[in-house]
Ligand binder design. Structure first.
Ligand code: CP3
Length: 365
């Protein structure tokens, strides 16, 4: 074990020059100098790729997440095609919850649907604690991937307690999160019990991925932006902190991301992130002011911009790289996931453009 200037413990074995821990992506997460701004895309492994659709045509979503050979292939597809600086494990935020005993499915065009939503203390007890054996397929897939990826880092991930709780309480996707908030305000004790259990499951799930060899983790609190900062601090922050701070000594950078979180960026950083993900609504220089100079940022091209003519895409990429220079580390990404209708060629061009523009800048000192 070695300790770098950020106080992070680097894992043995993978910090050799040129290895994943020395990659532009991990260096940017740790706020170290980079040869070029690293870039990857949330939902890069998915429906924008014909090779993904071909595999998935005959395999349901959750089953594909449980077959290591398919997870490995789908995770590698965008790396091969676009030359991104990191891979993200192909899985879904509900995979560990299903492994914990909750009956659910991912319905095409809808998202996760839970057979019996969580509404009572007895329901919370139905969410079992998980061990590696409950998610052995993830352990196996990560181990295969680390070999296949060589020097390209693999990002592990999980859903944060609030976003998971929203699916479990609502029973499916929701625009208002009304049932979730009703439980949160109406029965804070039950709410905290639910989130504490979800934090345990999430932490265990991320530890399995880290032990199997992922180089970084991202905690998705996609729907936290539905809350005010005061409510976020009271009802959510303690549980996200359990997860992120619980990994403080795990030796991998921790990314924390949500959508519509302009008012929450500072608090989300406080949960124990090394990198805060920013959606397209907040310019990265403004975001850095809110997050503080001790964290890197990730983002934040509007996924819809990828559907615009190339000169528009190019101008937006330039603007984001410029604004990202205000941060002590910048990982280029979208402000949310790739839309299924995105032309994959455009993603490939964006990767090349980010690399070209940011390395030219480094040459110029
Ligand atoms: O980023 C990646 O490429 C890795 C794979 C990944 C998936 N889901 C695959 C997936 C990741 C990181 C996720 C995380 C996830 N899942 C989040 C957090 C990120 C975010 O988007 O905010 C959330 C909220 C979910 C829940 C979920 N799963 C939704 C809302 C959907 C979309 C429903 C639909 O069909 O429109 C899913 C399904 C899902 N997860 C798909 C993929 C590739 C689509 C399933 C398919 O291809 O049929």
């Amino acid at each position: 074990m070695t300790t770098d200037t950020t106080g992070t413990v680097a894992r043995d074995g993978d910090s050799r020059p040129g290895g994943p821990a020395d990659s532009p992506f991990i260096r940017a997460c740790r706020r170290r100098p980079v040869p070029h701004t690293p870039v990857w895309f949330m939902r890069q492994a998915g429906r924008s790729l014909p090779e993904y659709r071909e595999i998935r045509a005959s395999v349901p979503m959750l089953e594909s997440c449980r077959r290591p050979e398919l997870v490995t292939e789908i995770t590698l597809q965008p790396v091969r095609r676009h030359g991104v600086d990191a891979a993200i494990l192909f899985s879904d935020i509900v995979v560990p919850v299903a492994a914990a005993g909750i009956d659910l499915d991912i319905v095409p065009g809808t998202g996760p649907v839970v057979a019996e939503p969580i509404r009572t203390a007895a329901d919370v007890e139905r969410i079992r604690r998980i061990t590696r054996d409950d998610v052995s397929y993830v352990d196996e897939a990560v181990r295969q991937l680390v070999v296949e990826l060589g020097d390209t880092p693999l990002i592990g991930f999980a859903g944060a307690p609030f976003t998971l709780a929203s699916y479990l309480v609502e029973g499916g996707p929701s625009r208002t999160h009304a049932k979730t908030k009703a439980l949160m305000y109406g029965d804070p004790e039950l709410w905290h019990a639910l989130c504490a259990r979800l934090a345990e499951v999430t932490l265990a799930f991320l530890r399995v991925q880290i032990e199997a060899g992922v180089s970084a983790v991202q905690l998705f609190d996609s729907w936290a932006g539905a809350l005010s900062e005061a409510d976020y601090r009271r009802f959510v922050l303690p549980h996200s902190t359990t997860v992120l701070s619980g990994l403080a000594n795990a030796g991998v950078p921790r990314i924390h991301f949500g959508v519509g979180t302009a008012e929450l960026l500072g608090a989300m950083g406080e949960a124990g992130a090394d990198v805060v993900g920013v959606d397209w609504r907040t310019p990265l220089d403004v975001a850095t002011g809110r997050i503080g100079a001790d964290k890197a940022v990730q983002g934040n091209l509007d996924p819809c911009v990828l559907l615009a003519p190339w000169p528009v895409v190019e101008a937006e990429v330039r603007r984001i790289l410029e604004q990202g220079r205000a941060a002590p580390g910048h990982v280029f990404n979208l402000g949310h996931g790739v839309l299924p209708e995105t032309d994959p060629e455009v993603l490939t061009r964006v990767v090349a453009l980010v690399h070209e523009l940011s390395s030219r800048r480094a040459d110029q000192g």
